[in-house]
Design a protein around this ligand. Structure first.
Ligand SMILES: [Zn+2]
Length: 239
């Protein structure tokens, strides 16, 4: 068990194109194909899985992960540009926090030359595409309340991500951060048919059933809901 969070940096499509244009302009050794970058999705983030700092003249070489299969590419960039990239914070509970635009603007310097494993990079892509899918399925609304502010919505895994590889939309529920926390802790449980029941009597909730996705194909899997329910009940009894 690790007790510390770890950090990495990532690109958005826009940042990647900017960095690559700079590499071309500055005639750096490692550049990426412009057509390849143009075809990347705007909805994804592209984490740096490795960075090498041993280069001359304040240059840094980064390895970027482009998809869940682990396709990677190398790009050379100035250390200054590298230091301005947004950070991803990998929490020990398996969640990933992405630094926002506002935070990027108020940048601080961090130690350079860190190495990150490729596994970490893949996980970030996994989280990012899962979130996009699940939020869309639930029309960007919490399944337990009225909240529809995307910045506080979470794609909760029904079977937790560290226990299973299932990143299908049927293993997800879109929740606001508050209901996600209650669901995570087992204070709020969901039965196989979507019925909500409370294991914490201090919580009040307006619905007796979660609000399902628009498309039936996106409904949460009754099987997964059952597995999670069993876990939550055991966990709750132990406490
Ligand atoms: Zn909610």
């Amino acid at each position: 068990m690790h007790y510390i969070d770890s950090e990495g940096r990532y690109f958005t499509k826009k940042l990647l194109i900017e960095a690559n244009n700079a590499a071309i302009r500055e005639e750096r050794n490692r550049q990426l194909k412009e057509e390849y970058l143009e075809n990347l999705s705007h909805d994804m983030v592209y984490p740096i899985s490795l960075s090498f700092d041993e280069h001359n003249r304040g240059e840094i070489r980064v390895q970027i992960v482009f998809d869940e299969k682990g396709t990677t590419g190398f790009l050379d960039m100035s250390k200054n540009r590298y230091n301005l990239l947004p950070k991803a914070i990998y929490h020990i509970d398996g969640t990933v926090e992405l630094e926002t635009e506002e935070m990027i603007n108020a940048k601080r310097l961090y130690p350079e030359g860190r190495e990150y494993t490729e596994t970490v990079g893949r996980k970030l892509i996994r989280d990012s595409s899962f979130r996009t899918k699940v939020l869309k399925a639930y029309n960007n609304e919490c399944a337990m309340c009225e909240l529809d502010d995307v910045s506080v919505l979470v794609a909760a895994h029904i079977q937790p991500a560290h226990l299973c590889e299932d990143d299908s939309v049927n293993n997800g529920i879109c929740l606001c951060k508050i209901h996600d926390k209650f669901y995570e802790d087992g204070d709020i449980c969901v039965r196989f048919n979507g019925e909500i029941f409370l294991q914490n009597e201090n919580i009040k909730i307006d619905y007796d059933k979660i609000r399902f996705p628009i498309d039936k194909a996106d409904y949460p899997s009754p099987n997964r809901l059952n597995q999670r329910l069993e876990m939550s009940i055991r966990r709750f009894k132990r406490n």
